[in-house]
Unconditional design. Structure first.
Length: 367
């Protein structure tokens, strides 16, 4: 019951607007109707309940009917006023965000990776070194929208300004956030969020996993700032792929493999051709890969012969002419004997079907 009461009290109207337009705390006005305050949302008269010793001091509507937008409007107006005053009166106002340096090939890379292809560091700026003015409800550059706050420089008017948006219930419009302007969006859920900005500045936190396994996003997000580059030549992460290997004998292998992305090389010095398929699953890859090797070197192999079929038990392959060729079914079958076999018949139909069909997986030769 106490938890429910505290949750309710957290959303009480503790600030209001005076008749002459000032924003005031409930403890700074007279009690009851003499407070001379109105609701920041509906502009109806309020009464100040600031004499009690049990419940949180707060404003209530004189009519007795609560306004559903009162608390959200209070937070929005309070954020603008308090952050503006804090910025103008401070010598230091922090901007802190994560800066990522990506691998130059990050956008084109098709490998399956176990790690992120970037390194990160925190960047810190004292906004007061660049901006000395902060105004409310100023129009954006280039779009017909107004910002909650605008930071700008009176000594360097050509310096691009920073626009501040406080979101209490409605998120900022995408057109605004991606307009190319420098924007700091702040999610305000209660007064403590405003206090955090005033005491610590604008801090864009990393995503964190909460107790329920959900990723919690930062309450401060930046747009239009340079917060990344693609110059990280030293990034070297673990990748997984399917490797196809061809030997002079015509024998082949296809298996799952892994290595560091910048250390990918041939697996066997005796191989004549190797291909990496950007998938950790080699199922259905081998049938296609064996014809890639054939296209390259045209080495006969039983795997490419239409006489090499599934055995009766379906567990292995067998030459259906084994009796005619006097092959023992018990010996380990050597697929490279196709080079000397007078019955070898290249499976042209399967070749054309598989090559035409291709695979939906990127691959490249390993040189």
């Amino acid at each position: 019951m106490k938890k429910i009461q505290r949750k309710h009290e957290q959303r009480m109207l503790t600030y209001a607007i005076t008749n002459d337009g000032h924003f005031v705390n409930v403890d700074d006005v007279k009690t009851g109707q003499e407070c001379g305050c109105i609701c920041p949302a509906c502009k109806e008269p309020l009464v100040a309940k600031n004499k009690g010793t049990v419940r949180v001091h707060h404003f209530a509507h004189l009519s007795g009917t609560e306004c559903g937008l009162a608390y959200e409007s209070m937070l929005h107006l309070l954020a603008k006023e308090r952050v503006q005053n804090a910025f103008l009166n401070a010598n230091f106002f922090n901007l802190d965000f994560e800066y990522r340096s990506y691998c130059p090939k990050n956008e084109q890379c098709k490998y399956v990776k176990y790690d992120d292809c970037y390194s990160s560091k925190r960047k810190h700026f004292n906004l007061k070194e660049f901006y000395d003015r902060c105004a409310q409800e100023i129009a954006y550059d280039g779009i017909k929208r107004r910002s909650d706050l605008k930071l700008y420089s009176s000594t360097f008017p050509q310096r691009p300004p920073i626009y501040i948006e406080f979101c209490v219930t409605n998120a900022s419009e995408k057109q605004k956030l991606h307009s190319g302007n420098k924007i700091i969006e702040c999610i305000i859920e209660d007064i403590s969020d405003i206090d955090k900005i005033i005491s610590k500045g604008f801090i864009e936190d990393k995503q964190r996993e909460d107790e329920y396994g959900q990723m919690s996003e930062s309450k401060v997000k930046i747009y239009g700032f340079k917060n990344s580059d693609y110059k990280n030549e030293g990034k070297n992460v673990e990748i997984v792929f399917s490797r196809y290997v061809l030997y002079k004998s015509g024998k082949t292998r296809c298996f799952q493999d892994s290595c560091k992305c910048k250390e990918l090389k041939r697996s066997d010095r005796y191989s004549i051709y190797e291909v990496s398929f950007h998938t950790p699953v080699s199922f259905d890859i081998y049938e296609y890969a064996k014809y890639l090797g054939y296209d390259k070197f045209h080495i006969p192999n039983c795997l490419l012969c239409k006489n090499y079929v599934n055995s009766y038990n379906g567990m292995e392959k067998i030459c259906r002419l084994y009796k005619h060729l006097q092959l023992s079914r018990n010996e380990k079958f050597d697929t490279s004997r196709a080079k000397e076999c007078h019955c070898y018949s290249f499976n042209q139909e399967e070749y054309e079907s598989l090559i035409k069909k291709g695979v939906d997986i990127p691959f490249n030769e390993i040189l």
